[in-house]
Design a protein around this ligand. Sequence first.
Ligand code: COA
Length: 348
Amino acid sequence: MTIKISGTGSALPEKILTNKDLEQMVETSDAWISERTGIKERHIAKGSFAYGRSHEAPQSRRGLPQAELEGREESVASLSAEACRRALADAGRTAEEVDLILLATCSPEMLLPCSACQVQSAIGAKNAVAFDINAACSGFLFALQTAHAYIVSGMYRNALIIGAEVLSKIVDWEDRGTCVLFGDGAGAVFVEASEDDHTGILSMTAGSDGSRGGVLYCRERSVDYADIFEDQGIHICMNGGEVYKFAVRQVPDCIEKALAKIDLAPGDIDQFVLHQANLRIIEAIAKRLHVGMEHFPYNVDRVGNTSSAAIPLLLDELNKSGRIQKGQLLVLSGFGAGLTYGACVVRW
Ligand code: COA
């Protein structure tokens, strides 16, 4: 038995921040960003610094109104809820039918409750168990693998898997080395048991290397810690060169291992739906796998790096525009902070 994706959905904040806009904020240029990353624009959630105003959330020691918990406009929770409604509609399912909600994020609004519970309340999935997973840009892929284990074991029948980020909150808008890379958004898939072993997830690999966590990090940002660390590291900090080398070596390797498990080669794959960090990384991975770029769809030019949201956002775009046909072989592969990485081979 395996699991199959039977619906996809996504949601993006309304505001688009272009490279030209960034030229007004930091010392950079559209040419530099385009050449080094392939990114032209990204979506930015309401309330972030780059949006042009700050947002004061109401606070109470006695409890927040449920409406606030279900996510203010363009939060991780509200973007996720919208993506889930669309994924459920695509799958022809109702929220009450959902058994499990797994939400991958590294930029939640709340430490407690988890964003998945906020989504559960917002969409009315009252029969679901809901919790978050944080593995940064590999989060969606790891959540998909977790759902696979739960469903194949018989514990749950189906799941909503979400990848969602409002990274604009944790990006340092004065650091040109990172702020040009990231964007906000949410993507979701509805998965369920597939009786046919040849449709759905066919093979998986995953790995972590915690010893290299320092190359891409962001501290928890409570006031006390900010004092202790004199404001160091409460925004995303990155050694770009190290992350680049890690991605172009590790990703082809884990894809080849996932394919070898089921006697397939990169040339057998119709589409590689990779984490959308950077077009240069995607091109380097294609080259290492000896596969043409026409098999590597991308939207990083329009949405930037949306971390855990990247794979489900692209998957939804491909699905809704009819660019994935039934029976096609896909590879989904993510990598990011941790360091973490993984791949899934899927027959659509
Ligand atoms: N605009 C203009 N110049 C910039 C800039 C920007 N936005 N950001 C950095 N620079 C400058 C640097 O300061 C440096 O200047 P210097 O030579 O005077 O010191 C120069 O450009 C080259 O910087 P460097 O960091 O060596 O560039 P690079 O070719 O390695 O590209 C990245 C930088 C970030 C695009 C690249 O390392 C990368 O893609 N890394 C992976 C990042 C990633 O995907 N992270 C998320 C993974 S989930």
